[in-house]
Design a binder for this molecule. Structure first.
Ligand code: ADP
Ligand code: ASP
Ligand code: MG
Length: 852
């Protein structure tokens, strides 16, 4: 490797290295990296099921007949060698070494942890020998094989844990020197060394952790865990078919899931990556083109249940003692016994007479002998009951405590199943129930169904494993700009940046909304996009216009002088008296979102028809700055204040013809508007003149690949129910973003690229002066390199503009290819609240608009 190259650390699990087909995929993955000038450090596991077979072989050798089991192990490898057309004697010496070890175990009738580790390590030594030989054949360059034990050293402790050691992972100059003249390296997962050169293991599933250690030691640019599922899911996808992909996680979330039993990641693998700030990618060797999960330091807000995980086959120890727990030092004495027997505890629950603990099953191996010794000693202090075959099922989610009321109905399933231990993590990241193993899969499925599958707030969840392949291609195919790449390039030939609007999409979006038959009128929120051609298209499609200032009203009147005034609706907020007066004089309907105008300037409303904007009290939306309800929001009249208006209304002969409510933006819950309709219909009984209910906007759009779009037929269905109950009211909506967001992209040329430690900055010709939403409310916009649309994503890029503000970021941690000056970068969903909010800050002109 040259000094400028960077390392990509790839870890392949057991299934990934078990067939020739998968090895072909591995070779292609490495080829792609090499073509990009990356050096590749491969860490891999033993062939699938080999570690289990070695474990079984050790037991058999102690008890009696073990030759058949030994022969089967050899056969698995010989078959693979034959399939891969590799020399049949490649592993001959390694086989006979294993044979000598197990003959020894058989002779002694017992085995130490030292020898056990040595036997188990053979699986990885054999498989990496196969891997290196195969890759040497595929690649013309040198593929070097390292013995992991020369570089990974276990942390020393009083009781050396030979089966579940943890290792040092500081930057390793020796290793870096040893690999400095090679670009493809292959080594074993799972195994390490003591300072006395004794083999140790990192615990079952520990190859992920080996990979993370090596990644930290060579300061790899990224760590990729290639396995047999395309990412981390909301539950084990092999167990729960409806489990959904989690596209992005931060290190804490991934750690929580791994510690709670999501086997796809070994629980010790996160820390080295997190400390060294190396992003971790989880992908499938079988489907290498699916993007999978990225783990990084990204901030995620997830006040929701994100996964159901389980640790199966765990052991509980329940200790009974009459009133002893309160005695000073009693617990210390109990736990001292655990310490003495080198047994670590995972979950704990206590009552006045009982303490129950579960044994840590992921990072320790407790032998029967060890357990027997522990129980014997504990029995001198209390009555001890050991329960095997238990499962710890966890509901993982940030602030579980805060959402307990929402998830409470799910707990009724525990009426049927006995719960031995309940534990809520102090970190407030999970809630765990220990039940019998035999019930675990039913409980997992039921909890997943109740808390995730049926969760209407599923914006951050991706497709299921089955849907994944189709969804990826469909969601790619759906985007209009992919068919217009050439047109966009022509538009940008003479410009550095441009907003490009696709008018067919305006028509399509309006048609979608018009398909909701329960809705009588659609108003387009002019504030979201006031481009003349966009408005003309909306006008031609028959929608009305929702306006928030006399400027907007006049803009519409100028564009469409003969417009029927009932197609304009004015919804001001804290506007002054003159503005209300002007609009009323023009015969345009308006809504009052405060009692102030009626109380203080009743004369201008004399004999007029008005709407009242009610505060629905619960704000909704993707960011607190776009939620427009509740006491902390400046919008709307609280329902309890409406009565105050009755005498004024009567006195001034004002007719309330409509009620109006709007709770925020970016709502993806289909039932939301029916809730509004019901609230308004119930409130409307106060005003006999009401004919219209304006349900507001907030129709969310799909911004991330993993989001589920609104379904118009479901919205219609829920509204029809309300309409059947209250047929006297006409229903209106006033969406903005839904009509104008995905019609527009902001395209800008790359000015410079900069790498600062792990941060890859892509600088554009325009930034927050054109598109303020990310800086204003942290909104997410998918960003792609249009010039290199199908190139491999090498970086997690921060896409920035040229404005002198540190918030001038259009996107952070966006998977991005290697990017060059002059590339065209496309920012999606920029049609709404983009150009309308642009400024000339720094005296830089914002991007101009082009319609296609
Ligand atoms: P490898 O041999 O590649 O290390 P593992 O068997 O250790 O693979 O881990 C992958 C397995 O993890 C998957 O096949 C799946 O059954 C299991 N798994 C458990 N929980 C999850 C989850 N939440 N998301 C994805 N996979 C999971
Ligand atoms: N081969 C080891 C095991 O099966 C380590 C690993 O695959 O991660 O536990
Ligand atoms: Mg694994």
């Amino acid at each position: 490797m040259t000094t400028n190259d960077s390392w990509h650390l790839l870890k392949f699990g057991g299934t990934s290295v078990s067939t020739r087909q998968n090895w072909n995929n591995i070779a292609s993955i490495i080829k792609r990296k090499r073509a990009k000038g990356k050096s590749v450090f491969v860490v891999h596991s033993a062939v699938s099921a080999v570690s289990n077979r070695l474990e079984a072989l050790i037991e058999l050798a102690q008890q009696g007949e073990y030759h058949v089991a030994y022969k089967e192990l050899v056969d698995i490898h010989q078959n693979l060698l034959a399939d891969m057309e590799l020399p049949s004697d490649l592993l001959a010496e390694r086989y006979s070494y294993l044979k000598r070890l197990i003959d020894g175990i058989h002779l002694l009738g017992e085995v130490s942890d030292r020898v056990r580790a040595l036997v188990m390590s053979q699986g990885e030594l054999w498989s990496t020998t196969i891997g290196q030989t195969y890759l040497s054949r595929v690649f013309e360059e040198n593929v070097s094989w390292l013995d992991a034990r020369e570089y990974l050293y276990a942390r020393e402790s009083r009781n050396m844990d030979y089966l579940c050691a943890s290792c040092h992972f500081e930057r390793d100059e020796n290793l870096l020197r040893d690999v400095s003249d090679t670009s493809i390296v292959i080594t074993q997962g799972f195994i390490a060394n003591t300072s006395d050169e004794e083999t140790v293991l990192l615990g079952r599933g520990g190859s992920d952790t080996s990979a993370a250690y090596f990644a930290a030691k060579i300061e790899a640019e990224r760590l990729e865990i290639w396995t047999d599922v395309p990412g981390i899911f909301t539950a084990n996808p092999n167990q729960v078919a409806s489990a959904r992909l989690l596209k992005q996680l931060n290190y804490e979330e991934a750690q929580e899931m791994a510690s709670a039993g999501a086997k796809v990641l070994h629980p010790r693998a996160i820390r080295p990556a997190q400390i060294s700030q190396i992003p971790v990618y989880i992908r499938s060797t079988i489907d290498p083109d699916i993007d999978g999960t990225v783990i990084s330091s990204i901030e995620n807000s997830w006040g929701m249940v994100k996964a159901i995980t389980a640790k199966e086959h765990i052991t509980l120890i329940s200790m009974e003692s009459q009133g002893m727990w309160q005695q000073a030092g009693f617990l210390a004495d109990i736990f001292a016994i655990f310490k003495q027997h080198n047994v670590s505890v995972d979950l704990v629950s206590t009552s006045e007479t009982n303490i129950t603990v579960s044994l840590d099953s992921l990072t320790q191996v407790v032998s029967e002998k060890q357990l027997k010794g522990l129980v014997q000693e504990l029995s001198q202090m209390c009555r001890v009951n050991v329960m095997h075959n238990c499962s710890a099922v966890s509901i993982v989610g940030k602030n579980v405590r805060a959402i307990l009321h929402k998830i409470a109905p799910a707990f009724s399933i525990f009426e049927t199943y006995k719960v031995y231990l309940l534990s809520q993590a102090a970190s407030d990241l999970n809630l765990t129930f220990v039940i019998d193993d035999e019930h675990s899969s039913k409980v997992i499925s039921a909890l997943h169904e109740l808390l995730i599958t049926n969760n209407p707030n599923s914006e951050i969840l991706g497709p299921t494993a089955k849907e994944l392949k189709q969804t990826e291609s469909v969601s790619q195919a759906k985007k209009w700009w992919q068919d217009k790449k050439d047109t966009i390039e022509v538009c940008l030939a003479e410009r550095d940046s441009a907003y490009i609007y696709h008018l067919d999409s305006v028509r399509q979006n309006i048609q979608n909304l018009q398909s909701i038959s329960a809705i009588d009128r659609v108003f387009f929120a002019v504030k979201s996009n006031n481009n003349r051609d966009v408005l003309q298209t909306a006008y031609d499609a028959g929608v009305g216009f929702e306006t928030v200032s006399s400027g907007e009203v006049n803009h519409i009147l100028n564009l469409f002088p003969s417009i029927d005034k009932s197609r304009i609706f004015f919804t001001p907020n804290f506007a002054d008296k003159r503005e209300y007066d002007e609009i009323l004089q023009k015969g345009i309907r308006l809504t009052l979102d405060s009692t102030y105008p009626l109380k203080h300037w009743p004369e201008i409303f004399e004999g007029k028809e008005i709407f009242l904007r009610v505060d629905p009290n619960i704000g909704k939306g993707h960011h607190e700055n776009v939620r427009t309800a509740g006491a902390t929001s400046k919008f709307g009249i609280p329902i309890y204040e409406l009565e105050d208006l009755q005498p004024i209304i009567e006195k001034h002969n004002v007719t309330v013809v409509g009620l109006h409510a709007h709770a925020g933006s970016g709502i993806l819950t289909n039932e939301h508007w029916a809730e509004h309709a019901r609230l308004l219909a119930e409130t409307a009984s106060m005003f006999p003149g009401v004919k219209y209910l304006n349900l507001g906007g907030g129709f969310g759009i799909k911004e991330r690949a993993q989001q589920t779009e609104l379904t118009m037929s479901q919205i219609d269905h829920s509204l029809q129910e309300v309409k059947a109950e209250f047929p006297q009211y006409a229903l209106w909506i006033e969406p903005g973003r839904y009509i104008s967001a995905n019609i527009g992209v902001l395209v800008s040329k790359v000015t410079q690229v900069k790498q600062k430690q792990n941060y890859y900055y892509v600088g554009l010709n325009t930034g927050m002066n054109s598109l303020m939403r990310p800086a204003l409310y942290g909104s997410f916009h998918n960003i792609v390199n249009l010039t290199r649309l199908y190139a491999e994503k090498e970086h997690l890029a921060t896409v920035v503009g040229p404005i002198c503000e540190s918030t001038d970021k259009l996107g952070v941690e966006i998977p991005f290819p290697e990017t060059k000056e002059g590339d065209l970068i496309l920012i999606e969903n920029a049609g709404a609240y983009g150009r309308v909010m642009a400024t000339q800050y720094n005296m830089r002109q914002p991007a101009e608009e082009v319609c296609i």
